[in-house]
Design a protein around this ligand. Structure first.
Ligand code: ZN
Length: 172
């Protein structure tokens, strides 16, 4: 399976709202496999299709980073149904922002509705790393990025790095 190049901030595809897909689309299993391979190659725990340049509502998560096959999660057409619990400010990163970490404000718990590769709808409620990853990946599919969730102090800390990424994108 090919490893797909991951688009970096400020690539405009990262700000596009991804379109729903037909879970029976015969190309989906290959896309999902490519997303997993690309995510593992980049040592991430989640990847959304628009991060590889395809604005469709497909994302994968594996909070075990490849250690536990049971942890592989495929989200087709996911949406956040609810968030609850405390607002946390915890270290977060993103494969579209290599080398950048910042404390993002997220809800402790998230409930997501999605379809699997079999087309069956399911709901999932999670806390901890998975709860955060669900919010992060559904955000991607809505054109939102983790830098949109930073408290002001954190925004100031990374503004230089973001400017540098913009300059590098112009040069590339
Ligand atoms: Zn991300």
């Amino acid at each position: 399976m090919p490893i797909l190049p991951i688009r970096r901030y400020p690539d405009p595809v990262l700000r596009q709202k991804a379109q729903p897909v037909d879970p029976k689309d015969p190309q989906l299993p290959a896309l999902v496999a490519d997303l997993f391979d690309s995510m593992y190659a980049a040592e991430g725990v989640g990847l959304a299709a628009n991060q590889v340049g395809l604005p469709v509502r497909v994302a994968v998560i594996d909070t075990s980073a490849g250690q536990d096959p049971q942890a592989r999660l495929v989200l087709i057409n996911p949406e956040i149904l609810a968030t609850s619990g405390e607002l946390l400010e915890e270290d977060e990163g993103c494969l579209s922002f290599p080398g950048l970490r910042a404390k993002a404000r997220r809800s402790e718990r998230a409930t997501v509705r999605a379809q699997g590769l079999d087309g069956q709808p399911f709901e999932l409620e999670a806390v901890g790393l998975l709860g955060k990853a669900l919010q992060h990946e559904v955000d991607h599919l809505n054109g939102h990025l983790f830098i949109d969730h930073l408290p002001l102090g954190q925004q100031a800390l990374i503004s230089g790095k973001l400017k540098q990424m913009k300059r590098e994108a112009v040069k590339a």
